[in-house]
Each structure stands twice: as structure tokens, then as C-alpha cells.
Write a protein that binds this ligand. Structure first.
Ligand SMILES: Nc1ncnc2c1ncn2[C@@H]1O[C@H](COP(=O)(O)OP(=O)(O)OP(=O)(O)O)[C@@H](O)[C@H]1O
Ligand SMILES: [Mg+2]
Length: 290
């Protein structure tokens, strides 16, 4: 696979009260074009710091980062790098800049001096990609959380990025909003071929990632397919993580003698493997809807 972003021996220190705080320690990593990469790890393990190195928001204390071959330390390339690698953050409200959905998506392009005809085309396409066309004249602050986050993604897509870096994009959303955003991210990856770097504490979100990296104290300590990370030998608790429910259940069933393949990581996968799902519960045992 061709590489889009490469980190070589990246170390990064913050300075707090004059004292260095090491946040990344000798991290090397090649991200492939079109890859769906997930980044997990406990609070403070260095995920956001790594993410901010991918589009030159932070520059390494030692080592180097290249995006499409451009070194992030070369200021003349900063803009090219930021256009190629778009960031989406946790709080959708902080990412809204205009009074209508359409203007919000157009904002970045206007700043770039893109000509009007192009802006109109790109805004239309970006809104279609995230499913917000019919909201184009709405006020962004009236959208749901999931819609706001999709609007933030549209703003990035309008820049025609090669890579989307999402730092806990569903942290503030309800299950439905999260689902909308996750589907949008997966579609951008599969249909548009956009490279995705997805940071999350919700491990169920990344069972279909091409590769998962586990961070611990500023280092990448594990890397592999979801099945290798969650059904492998390594215990994740030592890195402050919990094995998600289904792989944990599969492990217990395996210990009890059922030959469940490591690839079974989701409810659907487990139900398929076990054959027919359980009979539906009787009506009277269901909670009443009021
Ligand atoms: N602006 C800052 N100044 C000083 N230290 C910082 C700063 N930002 C982060 N750190 C420290 O750097 C380390 C890595 O932080 P980072 O935010 O990258 O972790 P994270 O994995 O994204 O955590 P979380 O899951 O809580 O978002 C932590 O020890 C943190 O306290
Ligand atoms: Mg973070």
C-alpha cells in the first residue's frame, strides 16, 4: 500500500511551567493511502498529540512527519498539508462558523480564494456526501448533534482532503447521532477512498478498521487487525483499556469449549456464528412504551 503520512521517530514534549512533559516517545508509523486506521488508548496516552502532528498543528520536538512527502516543519507547505489532512474534533458546536449550513461549508473555501462557481459545486457535493442537502438553508445551531458533526465533516470534505483525522467525533453524541457520523466516516473511506484516522474510546466503533493502534504513555504498544487486538493474547487492561463485551464473551465461550473464530467481534457476528438467534421475548416481558 502506498504511504500518505509517515512519522519517523517522533518525540514531542509540551512545556508546562517551564518543565517538559513528554507526550510522544519515538513514534514511527506509516499510514497507507485509503487505510481506515483506528487509534485507541487511555486518557493522556498521546492520541490527540499524535493526531495534531498529522496536519502540522504540532511539530515534533525530535523526528519528522511527512504528508504526501511534504515535511511538516517546512512552513511553505503548511497550507498544502492542512488542505490534504482535515481534522474533525469532539465538540460540533466549536466547529460552526456561519449562520447557514451552506455558508458554513463554503467558509473555508472562501478563505482559500476558490472561485464562486467552484465553491457552489463543492458545497453541493460535500452536503450530498454527508446527507445534509435538504438542510442547506438551515441555521447550523438548530441541527442535532449528529447533523452538526456531519456538517463539520462536510466543511472538511469541501477542501477535497486525502485524509480525515477524527479525534473522538462521537464523544458528545447520542447513539443515533453517533451512528450517523460513523456511517458517514465509513462511506467516505470506502466510496471516496479517503484515508481515515479515527480516535475513540468506544471500541465497538472500530471493529471494522483496517488496523488498530494502541497507545500507552506516548508510545504505540500494539498494532494489528481488530481480531488480533481484541481476541489476541495481549491483555488490554495493562494499557488502561477494557476488552469490549462481545470479544470478551467470545473468549469466555471459547474457554467453555465453543470454537468461536477470532473474527467474531460484533453482536451480529456472534449471532451468525451461533446460528439462529434466540426466540423473540414474549410481549408481556417487554417494557411498555408510553
Ligand atoms: N497543552 C498541554 N500542556 C501540557 N501537557 C499537555 C498538554 N496537552 C496534553 N498534555 C499532556 O500530554 C499527554 C498526552 O495528552 P493527549 O491529550 O495527547 O492524550 P490523549 O490520549 O488524547 O488523551 P484523552 O483520551 O484524554 O483525550 C498527557 O500527559 C497530557 O497531560
Ligand atoms: Mg485526546
Amino acid at each position: 500500500m502506498e504511504t500518505i503520512i509517515e512519522l519517523k521517530n517522533v518525540t514531542f514534549d509540551y512545556f508546562s511551567g517551564g518543565q517538559p512533559v513528554r507526550a510522544l516517545e519515538n513514534v514511527s508509523l506509516a499510514i497507507g493511502k485509503g487505510e481506515y486506521l483506528a487509534l485507541i488508548g487511555a486518557n493522556g496516552s498521546g492520541k490527540s498529540t499524535l493526531a495534531r502532528h498529522l496536519n502540522a498543528l504540532l511539530l515534533p520536538t525530535a523526528g519528522e512527519v511527512r504528508v504526501d512527502g511534504f515535511l511538516t516543519t517546512q512552513e511553505e507547505h503548511t497550507w498544502e498539508i492542512r488542505r490534504r489532512v482535515g481534522m474533525v474534533f469532539q465538540n460540533p458546536d466549536n466547529q460552526i462558523v456561519a449562520t447557514t449550513v451552506e455558508e458554513d461549508v463554503a467558509f473555508g473555501l472562501e478563505n482559500l480564494g476558490v472561485e464562486t462557481g467552484q465553491i457552489i459545486k463543492r458545497v453541493k457535493k460535500a452536503l450530498a456526501l454527508v446527507g445534509l442537502q435538504s438542510f442547506r438553508n438551515h441555521a447550523p445551531h438548530l441541527l442535532s448533534g449528529g447533523q452538526k458533526q456531519r456538517l463539520a465533516i462536510a466543511g472538511v470534505l469541501a477542501m477535497l482532503p486525502r485524509c480525515l483525522v477524527l479525534d473522538e467525533p462521537t464523544a458528545m453524541l447520542d447513539p443515533r447521532g453517533s451512528q450517523e457520523v460513523l456511517e458517514t466516516i465509513r462511506r467516505m473511506n470506502r466510496q471516496e477512498g479517503i484515508t481515515v484516522v479515527h480516535i475513540t474510546h468506544y471500541l465497538d466503533e472500530i471493529m471494522e478498521a483496517d488496523r488498530i493502534l494502541v497507545m500507552h504513555q506516548g508510545k504505540i504498544v500494539l498494532s494489528g487487525l481488530p481480531a488480533a487486538i481484541f481476541a489476541g493474547e495481549t491483555n488490554l487492561e495493562q494499557f488502561g483499556l477494557e476488552t469490549p463485551t462481545i470479544p470478551k464473551l467470545a473468549r469466555l465461550l471459547r474457554a467453555g469449549g465453543l470454537q468461536i473464530p477470532a473474527q467474531v467481534l460484533s453482536v451480529e457476528g456472534l449471532v451468525n456464528f451461533l446460528g439462529e438467534g434466540p426466540a423473540p421475548a414474549k410481549n408481556e416481558t417487554r417494557p411498555q412504551q408510553t
